[in-house]
Design a protein around this ligand. Structure first.
Ligand SMILES: *[C@@H]1O[C@H](CO)[C@@H](O)[C@H](O)[C@H]1NC(C)=O
Ligand SMILES: *[C@@H]1O[C@H](CO)[C@@H](O)[C@H](O)[C@H]1NC(C)=O
Ligand SMILES: *[C@@H]1O[C@H](CO)[C@@H](O)[C@H](O)[C@H]1NC(C)=O
Ligand SMILES: *[C@@H]1O[C@H](CO)[C@@H](O)[C@H](O)[C@H]1NC(C)=O
Ligand SMILES: *[C@@H]1O[C@H](CO)[C@@H](O)[C@H](O)[C@H]1NC(C)=O
Length: 249
């Protein structure tokens, strides 16, 4: 009887611990945007096969590195895919984000490809090698309809954007920080795809910063470039315990 209770007790503890862990995971799978190409592939059934071949390979790779790219097949239908998570996600959260985001690309087919942006991860597929693209005609921004017209907020946003532009290219393409002006804070995150070197990252982010500045006084902005993602907000959204935030505030 005692052993039995103890077993049940342990199971409850175990289940509780497990569900707490799961509910703590935040892969930030909030959908930001999907863009699909306009040109169609020659043989879409091959393309689907290549895509599942690539995502099978990427599932392990992304868990290890939070970044993966691979191409498979014969031109003109050779398929190139690149995926990456924001660095503040844990490896588990990254894998969860990838599992979800990778299901959204096939709905672009028979287009030659597309891009999907979540708050926590990114994926792109094309029939050509786009890996080192920094900017493209599809690049866009999302400014929230809610605004904060206080001067302090604009100052804080301006400051967090400049600091990220300064730091991210030298910190493996990633920065997550906040700045405060007279008690008003702005939070930011910038991420270049890891295939880009420091200079290309810098080019991408300087365009992204210019774009984000034009969103002020929106309280939230996201910039979706070919080579990088940038976001600012009036609320904290990063996992700071993961070594992301190194600003003084
Ligand atoms: C929950 O997370 C903690 C620390 O992250 C870990 O030590 C523990 O083993 C995890 N529990 C389960 C059931 O995964
Ligand atoms: C696509 O390629 C497969 C395998 O190479 C082939 O069996 C199939 O007939 C092709 N389909 C079209 C529409 O060309
Ligand atoms: C994926 O492609 C590679 C290279 O073309 C091939 O060796 C491998 O068998 C393929 N895997 C699957 C699951 O189709
Ligand atoms: C991509 O697909 C289009 C449409 O089939 C084709 O015209 C183009 O040449 C392909 N690109 C490459 C690099 O093969
Ligand atoms: C944040 O990161 C830490 C360190 O990697 C991790 O233990 C924690 O579970 C993460 N929290 C969330 C909400 O993702």
């Amino acid at each position: 009887m005692a052993t039995h209770s103890l077993l049940i007790f342990s199971l409850v503890i175990y289940a509780t611990a497990f569900s707490i862990n799961l509910s703590h995971a935040d892969p930030r799978t909030d959908y930001v945007m999907r863009m699909c190409g306009k040109v169609h592939v020659q043989n879409v059934s091959n393309y689907f096969k290549y895509y599942s071949n690539i995502t099978d390979y990427m599932q392990d790779e992304i868990y290890r590195n939070k970044f993966a790219f691979k191409d498979v097949g014969e031109p003109p239908d050779r398929l190139y895919v690149l995926a990456q998570c924001m660095d503040d996600l844990t490896n588990e959260e990254c894998a969860m984000c990838f599992t979800q985001i990778s299901t959204l690309i096939p709905s672009c087919f028979p287009s030659t490809g597309g891009r999907v942006y979540f708050d926590g991860c990114f994926i792109r597929a094309e029939n050509y090698s786009f890996y080192r693209e920094v900017l493209g005609p599809e690049d866009t921004k999302r400014c929230s309809g809610i605004v904060n017209k206080r001067q302090e907020f604009s100052v804080a946003v301006d400051e967090v954007l400049s600091q990220m532009l300064l730091k991210a290219p030298s910190f493996r393409g990633f920065a997550s920080m906040h700045e405060t002006s007279n008690g008003i804070s702005a939070y930011g995150m910038a991420s270049c795809w890891k295939i880009l070197d420091r200079d290309l990252c810098s080019n991408c982010l300087s365009e992204a910063v210019a774009s984000a500045l034009s969103c002020i006084p929106s309280t939230e902005a996201r910039v979706l470039n070919a080579g990088c993602f940038l976001r600012y907000s009036d609320t904290s959204f990063a996992n700071d315990s993961n070594g992301g935030d190194y600003s003084e505030g």
